[in-house]
Design a protein around this ligand. Structure first.
Ligand code: OFO
Length: 162
């Protein structure tokens, strides 16, 4: 069954959102590096690479369905933050936003009875749950520490092992 034009457009739009996410995390990684938080910077750099993979997975899917892929512009990300806590709060909020986007894609796939796209999106639904859990968990730790430098350093070491 041919994928619809509306589903193709929605997935192309999500490809842009994934590249935008990648850039947001790359800018966060650069900010954290500059702040001397090498472990957090490394963690965010891994996140950047994951987002590129998410975009590529959508691209491969559209190829598989014989649909046209449009490579998007990438928006310039915010590059300055107050501190590590603000970075991770922003990342957590961003993941929640992306989850809501993925759910809208699922809604569209359901309304179009596009079972192949519903099946493909299951992976993203699970991935979003994991990413919200990861970023939300780091926010909780940093909030608990309340800016204590030794504590922040310990979290930085921890995140270096990702
Ligand atoms: Fe692409 O998963 Fe985060 O945003």
């Amino acid at each position: 069954m041919k994928i619809s034009d509306s589903m193709t457009a929605a997935i192309n739009d999500q490809i842009k959102a994934e590249f935008d996410s990648a850039y947001i995390y790359l800018a966060m990684s650069a900010y954290l590096k500059d702040a001397g938080l090498d472990g957090m910077s490394h963690w965010m750099h891994k996140q950047y690479k994951e987002e590129v993979e998410h975009a590529e997975k959508f691209i491969s899917y559209l190829y598989e369905r014989g649909a046209r892929v449009i490579i998007p512009d990438i928006a310039k990300p915010k590059d300055t933050y107050e501190n590590a806590l603000e970075v991770f709060r922003t990342a957590y909020a961003h993941e929640q936003y992306v989850t809501s986007r993925i759910y809208k894609l699922v809604d569209l796939a359901v309304s179009e009875k596009d079972y192949a796209t519903q099946s493909m999106l299951k992976w993203y639904v699970d991935e979003q749950m994991e990413e919200e859990d990861n970023t939300g968990g780091i926010v909780s730790k940093l909030e608990f520490l309340g800016g204590d430098k030794h504590g922040v350093y310990t979290v930085d070491r921890e995140l270096a092992s990702r």
